[in-house]
Design a protein around this ligand. Structure first.
Ligand SMILES: Cc1cc2nc3c(=O)[nH]c(=O)nc-3n(C[C@H](O)[C@H](O)[C@H](O)COP(=O)(O)OP(=O)(O)OC[C@H]3O[C@@H](n4cnc5c(N)ncnc54)[C@H](O)[C@@H]3O)c2cc1C
Length: 480
C-alpha cells in the first residue's frame, strides 16, 4: 500500500456515511453541491505525493513503499526537520486555508503509535491496538479527523469538570465485541470528508469515578453504523474560482458528531474508563508537541500568504509607497517572521523523548499556538483596513461578460491593475476577510486547538518561572 491517489481517496468517501447538511441527508459527499469541491482539492493534494519532484520532500520509503512524511518517526534531528519541511509544503498548497490536511492527525497517530507503551498502562492490548492502528492508517494513507470536545450544557457543570450524561459522549455498555457509546461530540473539521474519526477525550476530564463513563479513546470509520454528522452551512456557494477564490476550493466543513449506540470494537479502543490516563495522553506521548509542530508550519504558510495579499493590494494603487501603509503591512510581516522564528527555534533545539523520538522544543511552539489566535484576527483587520471599500467594489465575473462589461472594465481599474485583475484580487481579499468563509477561518484560528484560556493557563504552568522570580527576590533582598 502506501500513499494513495486522489481518486482512491474520493472513492473511499463513497460509502454509507450518514452526513446531514441543510436539512437533508447527503447521498455522496464527492458530488453534493456545496461539498464536493473541498474533497476534490484534497484529492489533488494527495496526487502531489506521486510527483517525483516532491517525493523526497513529502514522502519517505518504508519496505519499498512511499509513505507520507508526517508518519515518519523522527529518530534524528534531521528526521524532525524533514517532517517540518513536509508540513510546510502541504500547508503552502492551500496557503494554510485547509486546517485539517491529513498531516495534522498523522502527526498525533505517529506519536501515539511510537509511544503505544503508554497506552499499555491501561490494558496491555491497548498498546497493541494503537500500534496496529498506526500501521493501518500509515500504510493505507488514511485521512483522519478527530473530535475531542464534549458539548457543555452549563457553565456550572463545566467549572466542576463534569459533563451532562444527556448530551456528552459516554460509555453505555460493554459487550464481548466491544463498547457501546452514545452521545455527541463537537466538533469534527473535515469530518464529512475523512476516512476515519479519532475520538479522544479532551484534556479537561476531571479525575473522578463520575467521569469514568466519559473517559474513552477510540477510532472508527466515518461510515460506522449509528455515527452521524450534522454539518454547519456550507460556505461553498458554487461560485467560480474568480468570484470566490478560497471558498470555492477550501471548504473543509465542520460537523457535530452524534453517536447513537455505536459499537466500538475492542481492537479500536485505546483508553478505557481511566480519566487520569486520558488527561495525560497527549502530553506524555508528545502527540501535542508533534501536532503543534504541524500547526506552526501551517500558520507560517498562512501568515506569509496574508503578507503577499496585503502587498499586492497596496501595490495595486501605489499605496505601498506610503509610509503609514508600509507600517501596517510590516505588522503582518512581523507576525510571519515571529512564527518562522518560533519554528526554527523549536526545530533546532530538538530533544530526544522517552519514546526514542526527537521532538521539537515545546516552548516556542506553545508560544506560537497561544499567540496566533490573537495575531490572526489582526491579520484579518489589516486586510479590512487596507481594503476598505475596495472589498465591496467587487462585481462578479459575470459582469465582465454582460452589458455592464464596458462600465466594469472602465470604472474598476486602478493605476497598476486593469479592472479584471483588480476585482479578482479584491474578491480574494473579500473571501479572506469579509465572507462567511473568512469569518469561519477567524473562528477556527481562535478555537481549533482548544479554549484559549485553558491553553494559556497550561502555558503558564509549564513555564519555568522560579529563576525569574528569584531575580526579583534577589533585588528586594539586596542591600546594595
Ligand atoms: C471552526 C472550528 C473548528 C473546530 N474543529 C474541531 C475539530 O476538528 N475537532 C475538535 O475536537 N474540536 C474542534 N473545534 C472545537 C474546539 O476544540 C473548541 O471550540 C474549543 O475547545 C473551545 O470549546 P468550546 O467551543 O466548547 O467553547 P467554550 O468552552 O464554550 O468557550 C467559549 C467561551 O466561553 C467562555 N468560557 C468557557 N468556559 C468558561 C469558564 N469555565 N469560565 C468562564 N468562561 C468560560 C470563554 O469566554 C470562552 O472563550 C473547532 C472549533 C471551531 C470554532
Amino acid at each position: 500500500m502506501g500513499i494513495r491517489t486522489g481518486d482512491a481517496y474520493l472513492a473511499g468517501l463513497r460509502d454509507d456515511r450518514e452526513i446531514w447538511i441543510h436539512g437533508q441527508r447527503v447521498d455522496d459527499v464527492t458530488t453534493h453541491p456545496g461539498m464536493a469541491r473541498g474533497p476534490r482539492t484534497l484529492a489533488r493534494f494527495m496526487d502531489k505525493q506521486f510527483d517525483p519532484a516532491l517525493s523526497d520532500l513529502i514522502t519517505y520509503e518504508e519496505d519499498g513503499e512511499r509513505i507520507a512524511m508526517s508518519f515518519l518517526p523522527p529518530k534524528t534531528p534531521e528526521d524532525l526537520r524533514r517532517r517540518g519541511a513536509a508540513y510546510y509544503e502541504w500547508a503552502r498548497w492551500s496557503n494554510g486555508m485547509l486546517g485539517r490536511t491529513p498531516d495534522y492527525k498523522n502527526a498525533s497517530i505517529m506519536a501515539f503509535g511510537t509511544a503505544a507503551e503508554f497506552l499499555g498502562q491501561g490494558r496491555s492490548d491497548f498498546a497493541a491496538n494503537m500500534r496496529a492502528y498506526y500501521d493501518e492508517v500509515r500504510k493505507g494513507d488514511k485521512v483522519l479527523t478527530h473530535t475531542l470536545v464534549n458539548p457543555q450544557i452549563s457553565l456550572e457543570l463545566a467549572r466542576e469538570g463534569k459533563y451532562s450524561g444527556d448530551v456528552a459522549l459516554k460509555i453505555v455498555k460493554e459487550t464481548d465485541a466491544g463498547v457501546i457509546v452514545n452521545g455527541a461530540r463537537l466538533l469534527a473539521t473535515l469530518g464529512p470528508f475523512a476516512d476515519e474519526i479519532e475520538v479522544f477525550p479532551s484534556t479537561l476530564l476531571k479525575a473522578s469515578d463520575e467521569n469514568e463513563p466519559f473517559a474513552i479513546a477510540f477510532a472508527l470509520p466515518v461510515s460506522t453504523p449509528g455515527l452521524r454528522m450534522i454539518c454547519r452551512d456550507t460556505y461553498d456557494h458554487g461560485k467560480s474560482h474568480f468570484d470566490a477564490p478560497l471558498s470555492s476550493r477550501y471548504e473543509e466543513l465542520d460537523a457535530v458528531v452524534i453517536f447513537e449506540n455505536v459499537l466500538v470494537p475492542w481492537e479500536r479502543v485505546f483508553m478505557y474508563r481511566d480519566p487520569t490516563l486520558c488527561n495525560q495522553a497527549f502530553a506524555k506521548s508528545n502527540a501535542i508537541v508533534h501536532m503543534m509542530h504541524q500547526v506552526a508550519a501551517g500558520k507560517l504558510a498562512k501568515a506569509e500568504f496574508v503578507v503577499g495579499l496585503l502587498c499586492a493590494m497596496a501595490r495595486a494603487t501605489n499605496k505601498d509607497k506610503d509610509m503609514a501603509v508600509k507600517g501596517q503591512i510590516a505588522e503582518a510581516m512581523w507576525i510571519a517572521e515571529s512564527i518562522r522564528a518560533f519554528l526554527f527555534s523549536a526545530e533546532h533545539q530538538a530533544e530526544l523523548d522517552e519514546w526514542g523520538n526527537y521532538i521539537p522544543l515545546r516552548r516556542p511552539l506553545d508560544t506560537s499556538r497561544n499567540l496566533f489566535p490573537k495575531m490572526y484576527p489582526r491579520l484579518v483587520e489589516l486586510v479590512q483596513l487596507l481594503g476598505s471599500s475596495s472589498l465591496m467594489a467587487t462585481p462578479s465575473e459575470a459582469d465582465f461578460n454582460n452589458e455592464l462589461a464596458p462600465d466594469v472594465e472602465r470604472y474598476f481599474q486602478v493605476v497598476n491593475l486593469n479592472s479584471h485583475d483588480r476585482v479578482g484580487l479584491f474578491r480574494l481579499a473579500h473571501d479572506f476577510a469579509v465572507s462567511g468563509f473568512g469569518g469561519r477561518q477567524a473562528l477556527y484560528e481562535r478555537f481549533f486547538f482548544g479554549p484559549p484560556a485553558v491553553l494559556a493557563s497550561v502555558y503558564f504552568d509549564l513555564y519555568d518561572k522560579d529563576e525569574m522570580i528569584g531575580r526579583v527576590e534577589d533585588l528586594l533582598d539586596s542591600a546594595d
